[in-house]
Design a protein around this ligand. Structure first.
Ligand code: CA2
Length: 145
């Protein structure tokens, strides 16, 4: 795949979207969000590929693989790894991928331990606090990169 591919990576627990804490994360499932991204991507001429893992190293491997395949932009909601993972920061820095950080909630308006973002230290952009629409806005921005 090529520069016109957008890879959407979701990290730990985001497979549970739509089942708990809707007041924070909304009612949509991850499958709902992914379907909308794929459909909007088609309208924008982008091939949208979506993956989710609860495992830090798997997310690192997918970033490496994205670089090898020439993926243009990655939308990354690393979940709690956002705030802990130097490995993900290093993966973004070492691949030089264009990564847009995405969050359903606004971590900076939540507990202090969510205020630090390692992903944000290497991402080219960040969309947060819009619920599932955060992903849609990020996709629109990806199309402009
Ligand atoms: O707001 C976001 O998108 C977060 O990345 C979500 C993470 C959280 O650790 C980040 O600080 C902000 C947590 C994802 C948990 O997903 C759930 C899904 C369903 C029910 C409960 C949690």
């Amino acid at each position: 795949m090529t520069q016109r591919t957008v890879l959407v990576l979701n990290g730990p627990n985001l497979n549970l979207l739509g089942t708990r804490q809707p007041e924070i994360y909304g009612h949509d499932t991850l499958a709902d969000i992914e379907a909308r991204l794929v459909a909007r991507g088609a309208e924008l001429g982008l091939s949208v590929e979506c993956r989710q893992s609860n495992h830090e190293g798997v997310l690192v491997d997918w970033l490496h693989d994205a670089k090898l395949r020439g993926v243009g932009v990655v939308l990354l909601n690393a979940g709690a790894y956002t705030h802990t993972s130097i490995a993900l920061l290093d993966a973004i820095l070492s691949t030089q991928l264009k990564v847009i950080e995405v969050h359903l909630s606004d971590p900076e308006k939540r507990e202090p331990f969510r205020h630090l973002s390692y992903v944000g230290m290497a991402a080219v952009d960040c969309v947060k606090g819009l619920g599932p629409d955060s992903y849609m806005v990020a996709l629109e921005r990806a199309a402009q990169l």
